[in-house]
Design a protein around this ligand. Structure first.
Ligand code: GAL
Ligand code: MG
Length: 964
């Protein structure tokens, strides 16, 4: 039993949120700080009741050295074992709440610190940035306090427990608590002190909080800044203290005069007294507003002046003047609608788990911004304070989410009075810490916790404490529907994984709130189908403003196996049970920050400017809310038969934010009718920015000036022209090519969960295609026995033409593909093609991939769990090139284009491998040519591939010429 708490078992009691913890406040900066990050001693116990008093003060018997910040689950604990544990909805132990498991790893962190005499004349606080899940603090053996909420800091006054010289700090962290039931997010269960710890030195009379409220009137350009300085007097307030508050504009110029007011005296008029608070207010006739597009910040300085006239404390806050409101079915920032080009972001690092550094966060933000992601939902808990500083500075819109998710007990805890105070406290403490950040546009009441009284209690608190921001809570709209559901708890309609038809229907409804998808387009494996279909509807339907893709990064954890193999592990690979497998790997980026191919599509659907064809011209639309296009330079390129034949700069008149202009084509349509012609317009940064150098392409569109001809004759002609300059045909090499009918694909996560077929049923998510195809025998029987297939092969002077007619019977509607596959001689190792590129694309994810002639090495498998990858859609030809430059060429004869890929793996190789490290290259490439390929969709969590990207039954005809 933990000493001093006596017979209380606070970790097991959901009503006990804190003991001795100081009130939350906005982060303050001017204190003397003694950093305690670095090595600590950690001794692990099987459960909190097993921690002896001697563990807090006595000899450290089995302690190991670990890093703080750090998760102990990611560090070497010697003989004690507590690896990461992944579950999604289910709890890792049986309930019901608040029951806890018999084994409940508990760590006693210890280290010493030294205080000089000067420190002792002042107050000392200990700051604990984040502890999963609950913690108790001891100084020199004495119990100081207890706190809950793994994702917000806790502070304790330790003044009366410290002494001059060496002091002993012990922090006991209990992994599972009654609060774990409301921290049941879809992520790894970790443990330990994952954020910074420090000791702070404070004067007895001090500035304890400094909330700033701003407003901006878009009609007049006026703004206001109101600063509330809360002074803690620590006992009887002496008269004569004052607060001087100063405001500086974004250029550093002082605004008006400093405000100087006495700190009120409580005793004179107790009835009127509302705290030791001084409120300073500025009206700005012309304010410089903050937005993500132009993140201008004002500087507030508050000085606490003692009765002798000396400055005792100085605090600075960087704030933004802005207004967020919901009006006319729109979420407006400074009076303008904004597009939510968003992602959901978890704190995650492959080696450190939840202990992300400032550099990790900055790396995430940089990669986001470079891919046109400008909004973040902090799924599903508040981040380290530095995250919001960076978003303020660099310009991101943030939905700040309270650390509340009771997914396994989705419908009960939200009405459970024993959890009521936890609900309110978690949300309120988040608001109290983060309220000064201009980046925050919505407060989120948490995730997947049903909708109950506890939510409305929290919503009420926030609405009173911060009327300047609307609320966001997904589950509230499920009760009574999107139009009227949960009006008290959410000001936006924020569904997860809706069908496109449903968001469109909401747009056509009488709903009064804007619709912003809190999660959509699940990025698990080869996924993110129909992003452009979503954005087509979003940008053409009133009331829709975008959403947050699920999710930023895979949560793979780096793991070294006994044989030395290093891999990024997913659920179950640490031997934990129960677990939810690779459902934890569903990011646009790999865990170590490599973009997955779909990231190109994300950047493209989020592009700040679009170009579309009009009759005879180009329509240019600026999708930004505040900026013109002046920072961008537009260039065009004319592609004829895949070759760039002309290029130039595009002269564009000024385009207002949310405005558009129409201009003429920069070039005449070429007369030559025999090949296809495209115009590409690319928008580059004129100057270096924090996220990319000058020249970085932020937007692009390709416009079809002349469609390829249906007969495919163009392919033949191109082949002939090229051939004249080449050596004689190597008929022997062609004769080795034996295309076989190809109807299957190695299952992508959206087809079904190949590693855990039961997972989908348990989670009530996931595609059923894989099972359907297995039932047909697609992976096992000869495809010739399933469909009628006729292949003819004709040798002529330019190569060999293969012609296929495939009749798919009705009962085989919705196959993965119709095409052929064949290995090629091992000497052909690099690729060149005329089709979409340069990256992989699929029929429902090909907006970003433009038509052209591309050169590349074959792709490496980009996904954590091997699956179908590497397709290039709409190819006119593909060349496989050997080291001497000899070429095997595949020209499409009919229809106008085919989808192709060439990888080092067969379907079986990909289907059989459970992790990337089990996948080995063959010594030759396998080529796939498809006349049709099913779109990838997002069925692992969300809508399946749309009907227009599925394969109908009926006749498929295609032909191609192979020459060497
Ligand atoms: C949502 C949930 C996320 C994640 C996602 C699936 O339901 O809010 O936390 O679990 O599904 O990856
Ligand atoms: Mg969940």
């Amino acid at each position: 039993m933990l000493p001093v708490i006596g017979t209380l078992r606070p970790w097991a009691d959901p009503t006990l949120l804190q003991l001795g913890r100081l009130p939350m406040h906005v982060p303050l900066d001017a204190a003397d700080r003694l950093a305690l990050d670095g090595p600590w001693q950690l001794e692990m116990f099987e459960r909190p009741d097993a921690v002896p008093a001697t563990a807090i003060t006595g000899r450290r018997r089995r302690a190991v050295e670990v890093a703080v910040p750090g998760n102990w689950t990611m560090q070497d604990l010697g003989t004690f074992s507590d690896p990461p544990w992944y579950t999604n909805v289910q709890m890792p132990f049986p309930g019901p709440p608040p029951l806890l498991p018999e084994r409940n790893p508990t760590g006693v962190y210890r280290r010493s610190f030294t205080l000089t005499h000067a420190w002792l004349r002042r107050r000392s606080l200990v700051h604990i940035g984040g502890a999963e899940s609950v913690h108790a603090v001891y100084v020199n053996g004495t119990f100081v306090g207890y706190g809950t909420d793994s994702r917000l800091p806790s502070e304790y006054d330790i003044t009366s427990h410290v002494r001059q010289g060496r002091n002993e700090l012990a922090i006991v962290v209990v992994k599972f608590s009654a609060h774990s039931y409301i921290e049941d997010q879809d992520q790894w269960w970790m443990g330990g002190l994952h954020r910074s710890v420090w000791i702070e030195h404070r004067a007895p009379v001090r500035i304890a909080d400094l909330p700033v409220t701003t407003d901006y009137d878009p009609a007049s350009g006026a703004g206001s800044v109101a600063v509330t300085t809360t002074v803690e007097v620590g006992g009887d307030p002496a008269a004569g203290w004052t607060v001087r508050t100063t405001l500086r504009d974004p250029r550093g110029k002082r605004v008006g005069r400093p405000d100087e007011q006495p700190v009120p005296d409580a005793h004179r008029r107790p009835y009127e007294f509302h705290g030791f608070r001084v409120i300073a207010r500025w009206e700005l006739s012309r304010a410089t507003p903050w937005s993500a597009e132009s993140p201008a910040r004002y500087t507030v300085t508050a000085e606490l002046i003692d009765p002798a006239g000396d400055v005792a404390q100085v605090e600075t806050q960087l704030v933004g003047v802005k207004r967020v409101e919901v009006r006319d079915r729109q979420l407006l920032v400074n009076g303008r609608a904004i597009w939510i080009f968003g992602v959901n972001r978890h704190d995650h690092h492959p080696d450190r788990g939840k202990a992300v550094t400032v550099d990790d966060i900055r790396d995430d933000l940089l990669a986001m911004r470079a891919h046109n992601i400008t909004a973040i939902r902090t799924s599903h808990y508040p981040n380290d304070a530095v995250f919001y500083d960076l978003c303020d500075e660099l310009g991101f819109y943030v939905v700040d989410e309270a650390n509340i998710e009771s997914h396994a007990y989705n419908r009960s805890l939200c009405d459970d009075p024993t959890y009521r105070s936890a609900w309110v406290d978690r949300g309120a403490r988040m608001v109290q810490r983060d309220r000064n950040h201009p980046c925050i546009i919505l407060w989120s009441l948490g995730n997947e916790s049903g909708y109950g009284d506890n939510h409305d209690a929290l919503a009420g608190w926030i609405r009173k404490a911060d009327p300047t921001r609307p609320l966001h809570y997904e589950d509230a709209i499920r009760i009574d529907g999107w139009v009227d559901g949960g009006l008290t708890a959410t000001d936006v309609v924020c569904p997860m994984y809706p069908e496109i038809a449903d968001i469109q229907a909401y747009g056509d409804s009488a709903g009064t709130r804007p619709l912003i998808m809190c999660e959509y387009n699940h990025a698990m494996g080869n996924s993110n189908g129909s992003l452009s279909d979503y954005w087509h509807v979003i940008t053409t339907t009133p009331g829709l403003q975008g959403g947050f893709i699920w999710e930023w990064k895979d949560h793979g954890l780096r793991q070294t196996l006994a044989d030395g193999t290093v891999r990024l592990a997913y659920g179950g690979q640490f031997g934990e049970s129960p677990h939810d497998g690779n459902f934890v790997a569903d990011g646009l980026m790999s865990a170590d920050l490599e973009p997955h191919p779909a990231m190109h599509e994300v950047a493209w659907v989020h592009r700040p400017v679009t170009v579309t064809a009009t009759r005879g011209g180009l329509r240019i639309e600026n999708r930004q809310s505040f900026a013109g296009l002046g920072a961008l330079k537009a260039r065009w390129e004319l592609f004829v038969g895949g070759e760039i034949t002309r290029r130039g700069s595009l002269r564009v008149p000024p385009v207002e934010p949310h405005g558009s202009v129409t201009i003429g084509l920069p070039v005449e349509r070429p007369e030559r009718a025999s090949t296809d012609v495209q115009l590409t317009v690319r928008w580059e940064l004129r100057a270096d920015t924090w996220f990319a150098p000058a020249g970085h392409v932020v937007a692009w569109d390709q416009i079809e000036l002349r469609a390829p001809r249906r007969t495919g004759r163009s392919g033949v002609e191109t082949a002939r022209t090229d051939r004249s300059s080449r050596a004689a045909i190597d008929q022997a090499a062609i004769d080795q090519v034996a295309p076989v009918l190809h109807l299957r694909r190695a299952p992508i996560d959206n087809d079904g969960f190949k590693l855990m077929p039961e997972l989908g049923r348990r989670l009530r998510v996931g595609g059923r295609s894989m099972e359907r195809w297995q039932d047909i025998g697609l992976d096992t029987v000869d495809p010739e026995s399933l469909v009628d297939h006729e292949m003819t092969r004709r040798v002529d002077g330019t190569g060999t033409v293969f012609r296929h007619v495939v009749d798919v019977p009705d009962e085989l509607t919705d196959l993965p593909r119709v095409g052929v596959t064949f290995p090629v001689p091992a000497r052909f190792r690099s690729l060149r093609w005329f089709g979409r590129g340069p990256h992989e694309s699929y029929p429902d994810r090909r907006g970003a991939a433009t038509l052209g002639i591309w050169d590349a090495e074959p792709d490496e498998s980009p996904y954590l769990v091997p699956q179908e990858f590497g397709l290039r859609t709409d190819c006119r030809w593909l060349e496989l090139v050997d080291a001497d430059g000899a070429v095997m060429r595949i020209d499409v004869v009919m229809p106008a284009s085919l989808h192709m890929s060439a990888t080092w793996h067969t379907d079986d190789d990909l289907a059989d491998a459970a992790t990337a490290t089990e996948l080995h290259r063959r010594d030759h490439l396998t080529v796939n040519i498809d006349v049709a390929h099913r779109g990838v969709g997002t069925a692992s969590c969300g809508p399946d591939t749309l009907p227009q990207y599925r394969l109908a039954a009926g006749r498929y005809e295609f032909a191609y010429r192979i020459s060497v």
